[in-house]
Design a protein around this ligand. Sequence first.
Ligand code: PLP
Length: 491
Amino acid sequence: IDTEQFRSLGYKVVDFIADYYKGLEEGRHPVKPNIKPGFLNGQLPKSPPEKPEPWANIFEDFKSKLMPGVLHWQSPSFYGYFPANSSYPSMLADWLGSASNMIGFSWAAGPVSTELEMLMMDWLGQLLGLPSKFLYSSGHQQRGSAPCSPGSPCTHSQGVPKSIRPQPVDVHKCNAVQGTSSEAVLVALLAARARTLRGRPKSDALNLVAYSSDQAHSAFKKACMIVGINHVRVLPTRAEDDYALQPSVLQAAIEEDIASGLLPCYLCATIGTTSSCAVDPVGDLARVGRAAATGPVWSHVDAAYAGSAAVCPEQRAMHFQGLEELDSYSFNPHKWMLTNFDCCAMWTADATGNALDLKDLQIPLGRRFRSLKLLFVMRCYGAERLRAYIRHHCALAAWFADKMQEDSRFELAAPQRFGLVCFRLAGMPNEVNKALLDALNARGDMFLIHTELNGKYTIRLAVGSTGTQLRHVQHVWVVVQEEASKLLAAQ
Ligand code: PLP
């Protein structure tokens, strides 16, 4: 494909995408593909071609053979998992970022991606009302030294990125765009491990303990496995506490572990758990961790989905208190902030290691130009529209939860929070609730998933697709009632 062919094929691809999105809006694609595992077998050759193939054939196969295997996450009737919304500004930014294909691991390798990323992390931090200790622009002070004055060169030696020192930026903060929350949870654990082991014998590594609640994402356990943490404490939560981790439970675990000669190291708390959007009391938990007799426990908060809600001051007041107590914080604009996958923003208040460039804050060396998506999204929507967008989804979820509460056949399995509603047929066994979910998904015009709360099969309605409107959620409510009536009559 030469440049002129690219120009004309590119227009066709844009047309295809625009038609696809229009089709999603108009409900022309079933959300869930009607296929079985192995659907691709025999559709494409088993080996790569020896000779170049014409673009027209490749694109045709994409449309006819691959598109049928797409689960339409961007459908307004997609309520599964958590949303991964997209937007046109974000897609355009991704294309432009791909065009340069800069691998911006250092300033020299990606001058604009490095500098824009640092600025975007500050924009985003301000948009969410994060404590100023997380912002590059807030001025800074190395422990035990005089503060650097904003606007004058920083002479401190640690931090990021080496290549743009001296600059009036806080080199002790390690704020960067990661690919995913799982990476952020892992990176925070590595920082926690380094801080806890500083000045201690290497053999203490065997005694490190990491804590989370039983509602934390599996990314926590995965990170512990990767890092080789021997003692992983998954602490219990209770339905009565809305599945939030209680500080007294953490405190007791830490004390017990210290008494057994272990070394508490890392706490991964959550704002907006995957199952039910539980909100841990993160400030209190962090304070408990900091007071551990063996030294401070690193507190990381994973707000992968719910973090976007902090653009709204009312959500901040309800669910985002105590962030100033944390060592690090992350959320995914790629879930609920109109930013196409992948994009996880991570802030670290005080970098304890010797990070020199943005590559030192992550697992891979190479980095995509992800900050461009954030720039385009924040500029195209503005804080005002982003707030309206989040409020719209929260209101739709609240509407659905109200309907559930007005109908005695249903119960909410957890308080409705953010865009999530967790519901079930009240008093019905798990199999009946599973049958309800199967009936909803079998229709093809909506997609939901389930979770288990307190041993009970629970259906999740996660409202958050870019185009979801009241009429879509009303439709789900009508269908849920119809299917429930059929199931209950058959009981
Ligand atoms: N943490 C929470 C609370 C989540 O809900 C999820 C995914 O839904 C993750 C982490 C994992 O996200 P990622 O795919 O960005 O690693």
